[in-house]
Write a protein that binds this ligand. Structure first.
Ligand code: AMP
Ligand code: MG
Length: 536
């Protein structure tokens, strides 16, 4: 293709190739009534009109990926299009049908209840990128809800998807964050206190938004013909390297999903990300982090922590359980695609591949976090116990561990007190540092030093290795909340500030130290900082 190298100045110049709706069966009904949609992968639906579209932030990197010039992004037309008020040339909006297991139970049809896909852009590098509005009005899949989104959850999704990308975690992206100028009523803690909040829309971007639940719904309905159509379409479009669909290719496809999912979970565990709602409708077929709702970041290292108040009693989606839940979710996908393969043994083997790739990936990741060239089981296991003995900030701990001087020191000559000094900023409650604790971590630190000296890894090399995988800056829950508080007062500056900060999460940013310290005490129990509900 002979593209000019100049950027796209006007959204109408975007090149669309809306393959999903042209190759897969759609819902013949065009009304927007909420309903069960049978025999179709999607329904045509128009975004709702809003009173006062306003762009409050956009991602330069995602705009670049779409070849969009600054002028195109900063035009009024951009705000109109990405709140859903107008369609640019080539857009053909639709909502997808899918089902899912929610908190372990089959929930039947869910679908894009407040997501509207605008179309598939082909960029100049030939990448296929689906543009999807979240919060742009009801669809046939909205069930009892309104199809809208509020500013607070939209800021959280916008910032976190970009932050995750820069951390190197596979994720859907976010192009824009806009205000609709309308109010949305939400009862934030489902406790009889509804409030009007500013309505907002995020435009998400990914090669595909297909979920595990997209396949589950057809098998659950006994529609194996449609299951096969969607699987064939997905393989040809998103996994073309696997070749033409056949039972062998379906299996290879599932194996690849298992590997990609394992990779994604290893990354989550590396950076301390807790998704919060790992239902099968929130699991991307491409192994991307998708649907940012009541997610959160580990502050003190606690594998039992979940930010989601809706899951507070069961803690099904707690940090330490994410690897097992991914396995459970993959098992549901295996059940869903069984009719295409009809060999339970082979599917079971593929699932085992998830367990193996997760374990191998996790060990390599933990070795990296400690600056080791090879995983060390006993060193790692003891550390993960120690991190839970007292409230220890996970992110700060690994960065501070990297600063420790090991070269030319004799571990046995250094006292516990001196050894622990570089780590002090990671501790939330200094009174918890008993002599017993100091002795235990002192012992561990000496073993760590000996291991590095035995490996002949110099300090400088260890630091480089560690700082490349242990972020200095993550989107701490309270940071997002501060940006939201300001945005709700009409000041959007902190959204941009955080977006800029989180572009370089592994770098020292001297003027941004304030964001690299422990969560402040006021945020310990504040809503939005330590607890989040699904209300968004
Ligand atoms: P979630 O687990 O939050 O991703 O959402 C589960 C299902 O509820 C999905 O089908 C969503 O599209 C739908 N949903 C969530 N919030 C809304 C809303 N405000 N309006 C319509 N549908 C929604
Ligand atoms: Mg969802």
């Amino acid at each position: 293709m002979n593209y000019s190298l100049s950027k796209i100045m006007h959204l109408d110049e975007l090149l669309f190739d809306n393959r999903f709706i042209h190759e897969l069966p759609g819902d013949p009904e065009v009304s927007n009534n909420r309903r069960q949609v049978i025999g179709a992968c999607y329904s045509h639906v128009s975004p709702a009109k809003v009173v006062k579209p306003k762009l409050i932030a956009y991602s330069r990197e995602v705009a670049d990926q779409l070849d969009l010039a600054l002028e195109a992004c900063e035009s009024d037309y951009f705000a109109e299009v990405f709140t859903g008020n107008r369609l640019s040339a080539g857009m053909e909006p639709y909502a997808a049908c899918y089902g899912g297991h929610q908190f372990g139970n089959w929930a039947g049809q869910l679908g894009d209840g407040r997501a509207i896909n605008l179309g598939e852009v082909l960029n100049r590098q030939g990448q296929r990128l689906v543009l999807q509005l979240k919060g742009a009005g009801p669809t046939p899949y909205s069930r009892t809800a309104d199809g809208l989104a509020v500013l607070r959850s939209s800021v959280r999704e916008f910032l976190c998807s970009e932050a995750m990308h820069h951390l190197g975690v596979p994720t859907t992206r976010a192009l824009s964050l806009t205000l609709t100028g309308e109010c949305v009523i939400r009862d934030m803690f489902y406790n009889g206190n509804p409030k009007a909040e500013p309505g907002a829309v995020v435009c998400r971007v990914a090669p595909s938004f297909t979920r595990f639940g997209s396949f589950q719904i057809f098998t659950a309905r006994g529609d194996i013909k449609l299951l096969k159509k969607l699987a064939d379409y997905t393989i040809r479009t998103d996994f073309p390297h696997l070749g033409e669909p056949s039972p062998t290719v379906y299996l290879a496809w599932f194996e690849e999903i298992c590997r990609k999912t394992a990779e994604m979970i290893v990354h989550w565990q590396r950076v301390g990300f807790v998704h919060g709602v790992m239902n099968t409708d929130n699991m991307s077929i491409l192994g991307l982090t998708i649907d940012y709702g009541p997610y959160g970041w580990l502050e003190n290292y606690d594998p039992d922590w979940t930010p989601n108040t809706t899951d507070a009693s069961m803690r099904r989606y707690r940090f330490g359980n994410q690897p097992q839940i991914a396995f459970w979710n993959l098992t549901q996908l295996a059940n869903a695609i069984y009719p295409l393969i009809e060999d339970a043994e082979l599917l079971q083997q593929a699932l085992n591949l998830y367990a193996e790739s997760f374990e191998k990936g996790w060990e390599d990741m933990m070795a990296g976090k400690l600056g080791l060239s090879v995983f060390d089981n006993s060193l790692t296991a003891e550390l993960l116990i120690i991190l839970q003995l007292v409230e220890t900030d996970m992110t700060i701990f690994y960065r501070k561990l990297a600063t420790m001087d090991i070269d030319n020191r004799t571990p046995n000559d250094i006292s516990d007190e001196v050894l622990i000094m570089p780590l002090m900023e990671a501790y939330y409650v200094p009174e918890q540092l008993t002599s017993e604790y100091k002795e235990r971590i002192g012992h561990w630190l000496r073993n760590y030093m000996r291991r590095m000296q035995k490996d002949e890894t110099p300090d400088q090399e260890r630091r480089m290795r560690m700082n490349a995988v242990n972020p200095k800056y993550v989107l701490r829950n309270y940071m997002a909340q501060l940006a939201i508080d300001k945005a709700e007062q009409g000041d959007y500056s902190m959204i941009d500030e955080l977006l800029k900060l989180l572009r370089h999460p592994y770098d020292e940013q001297v003027d941004k130290e304030v964001f690299a310290v422990k969560r402040p005490d006021w945020a310990r129990q504040r809503a939005g900082c330590s607890m989040l509900s699904c209300s968004s």
